[in-house]
Design a protein around this ligand. Sequence first.
Ligand code: HEC
Length: 213
Amino acid sequence: MVAEGADEPRREWWASEDFWRKCAIFVTGFMALVLVMLTFHTLTVIEAGSEAGRVPAYSVINHRIGYEFDEQRNFAVPVIGPPAPLFGEMLSEEEARRLVDHGKLTVQARNCMNCHTLLGNGAYYAPDLTKAWLDPGWGNESAREILMTRFLDDPIANARTFGTGRRMPDPNLTEAELRGVIAYLKWMSAIDTNGFPHGFTPLPQGPLTGGGR
Ligand code: HEC
């Protein structure tokens, strides 16, 4: 009996099946390791308030948030300014986290993404809310809090529609939910989104070092 494969011509080492099988195992294992490392890196970068990251701590809602052109990066980035507490209340990190959390859960529970996009995710019926806090539609920084509260409290009576004719239905938010949503939107506007949305112009802003809102 002839041994299996005895007639086959001898292959070079680099052409052998065994070599390529080992390569495949090595590459799969190595890339799995890279994926795990990238996952951990991403988690640290997207964690609110982490040194390495671009997502600010929740207490950023105690501050004025500017949006300025960065020459080096060639797009506008959020700039965290002096204290300008939301609804006039300075919050601790934990209180701010709870408020922003409440807003985020409200946005999820009410499925605002059915019409809006947040950080680019969602639907395109209504404006992207990523920078809604800085939207020029609010007129100026001092009127914004009141106008936003009024709008979200009754978006039909306070519809602006921006010429689209589209109106937002009343989400029937409680006072606490409303404040949470606004806190969430303020916090989100301070996330460095690498220039997204492209070409966004914020509402008129005074010098960022000079207090005010
Ligand atoms: C059925 C679609 C729809 C749903 C659901 C919806 N919206 Fe809207 N929203 C709109 C439309 C349309 C506009 C623009 C009309 C206007 O400004 O009068 C708008 C405007 C806004 C604005 C102003 C944006 C800006 O930058 O000027 C905010 C803030 C907002 N919505 C928040 C929310 C939140 C929070 C929820 C969930 C509780 C929500 N929306 C759910 C349709 C929707």
